[in-house]
Design a binder for this molecule. Structure first.
Ligand SMILES: [Zn+2]
Length: 492
């Protein structure tokens, strides 16, 4: 099937056909002459014998149906007259995903490679999931502009009817079909919901889940962020919803789903109320720190601070304070410091949030893990795969024939596999070493902060900054940032 038609035996050049078309896209349009000049350079570089130069000259051929030169190209491949296809960019070749899949099938079965001047070509021998996802991305981008509005409407209508959602990631608790319940996961969710409503912490639930071997659907660690998002997802309660602009906003419920719920809509409502309340009271473990900066902020003497209560002031009020642990022991001579907890927490929070807002998380994590850019590449790859999945999800509702659906299934599967693999690799590279890693993908960091467990906030603060309290001169009134020495752990 594969290479018998190729002329790769001794002394014989491989035969190439170049294909160019007029670009209708003014953003990047390379003229036909430029495309041809580039493909000729490619031919020289690879020592290819150019047997034909095909040019799709008719503009309406692109927006309309017929592409005679493209049809000719496919005929030549079928007839075994071609070993390599040369293009300026592979986006010249396909108008939609169906064409792309057909092209890949055909070139693969004839052992034909596609070489591109811009971006990547197609190597059929490397045509695994990641490869399909990569090439799909380019085509998806072309199509998405004019289709997105229609597609959004279609999604909304489908959700209003409560249709089973069987795209994108498998939702924890359900199989890939979107309706079969995974009983072990469902039980974990029911327990988690009950415990959250009883005031237990997400962190403790996750930790116990980790011990029991619970993972996310991509095999990653069940983090508090992931669990919180799950418990806020109306889908678990059998409700159909759409995302609301703003990544971390609660979804809008717009219908009753046709799948079986894992717990009741009432439970869902209570969970939303509990988890979106920043002052949620939880039963914390006795020994765990109960303040943002205990054990993190330091005194001028070098010791860390603990939480305490100030002596009554003139109004008889005793404020909670941080104070140097060594103060009362009188072990270390010198001035020891204290500061009101509310004042210092507020100042440090503002400083850290501002820092996070300015930070490039990918850069930061990449340099932290010092792995020669591997993590950076993985993060970029994941962002790209997620874009592809978004597009696939939108596209699903526009499929008409069984063949299109079969193609879609294949691409969706391949992309999901690639995403799983990438996510696992990211977890391996960054997950355990950095508290800041949990912020990847979070768009509203202030909102994350409000919803996060204390331990997670403490982890982020301790990783990013040092906080040293300086003695306040006599007569100082109120909180003065001047006497807090806060600085990034790493200078940029
Ligand atoms: Zn001290």
């Amino acid at each position: 099937m594969s290479n018998q038609q190729n002329k790769q035996h001794a002394g014989q050049q491989l035969r190439a056909v170049s294909y160019a078309r007029i670009s209708l896209d003014r953003r990047e349009g390379a003229g036909v002459e430029r495309q041809q000049a580039d493909t000729r350079k490619l031919a020289d570089l690879h020592d290819l014998d150019v047997v034909a130069e095909l040019v799709e000259n008719n503009v309406s051929a692109w927006s309309g149906k017929k592409r005679p030169e493209y049809a000719r190209l496919l005929d030549m491949i079928r007839a075994g007259q071609v070993d390599r296809v040369l293009v300026w960019h592979t986006d010249r070749l396909h108008r939609n995903v169906g064409e792309l899949v057909d092209y890949l099938d055909l070139t693969r079965s004839h052992g034909v490679k596609t070489l591109a001047k811009q971006g990547n070509g197609y190597d059929p021998e490397a045509a695994d999931g990641k490869f399909l996802a990569t090439v799909l991305g380019a085509v998806a981008e072309q199509e998405s502009d004019h289709k997105s509005e229609r597609v959004r409407r279609a999604i909304r209508q489908s959700r209003e009817r409560g249709e089973v959602q069987r795209t994108r990631y498998r939702t924890f608790g359900y199989e890939h079909d979107g309706e079969t319940i995974v009983e072990t996961e469902a039980q974990f969710l029911r327990d988690a919901a009950r415990r959250v409503l009883d005031g237990d912490t997400l962190r403790r639930i996750c930790r116990e889940g980790q011990t029991a071997g619970v993972t996310t659907t991509t095999g990653g660690t069940m983090t508090t962020t992931a669990l919180r998002r799950l418990l806020l997802n109306p889908r678990i309660a059998g409700l159909s919803s759409v995302a609301v602009a703003g990544h971390d906003r609660p979804r809008e419920v717009i219908g009753v789903g046709q799948w079986e719920p894992i717990y009741s809509p009432e439970t869902h409502e209570q969970l939303v109320a509990a988890l979106t309340n920043p002052n949620r009271a939880t039963n914390r473990e006795g020994t765990a720190p109960r303040h943002l900066l205990t054990g993190i902020a330091t005194c001028v003497c070098g010791g860390t601070v603990c939480a305490s209560t100030a002596p009554a002031n003139r109004q008889g009020v005793r404020h909670p304070i941080y104070r140097c642990r060594t103060k009362r022991d009188n072990f270390t001579p010198g001035p020891h410091v204290s500061r009101r907890i509310a004042d210092l927490d507020g100042y440090v929070k503002a400083y850290v949030l501002d820092m996070l807002a300015r930070m490039d998380l990918s850069d930061y994590l990449t340099s932290t893990t010092d792995d020669g850019g591997k993590l950076d590449r993985l993060l970029t790859e994941r962002a790209r795969l997620e874009t592809v999945l978004d597009d696939l999800e939108a596209r699903y509702l526009t499929l008409r024939t069984d063949r299109e659906r079969a193609q879609w299934d294949r691409l969706n599967r391949a992309t999901l596999d690639a995403l799983d693999e990438t996510t696992r690799a990211i977890d391996d590279a960054a997950g355990d070493t950095s508290a800041v890693a949990q912020l990847v993908g979070v768009t509203d960091i202030a909102e994350w902060w409000e919803g996060a467990e204390l331990d997670d906030r403490r982890g982020v603060v301790a990783e990013l900054v040092t906080v040293r309290l300086l003695p306040v001169p006599r007569g100082g009134r109120g909180f003065d940032p001047e006497y807090v020495d806060i600085r990034p752990r790493r200078a940029d």
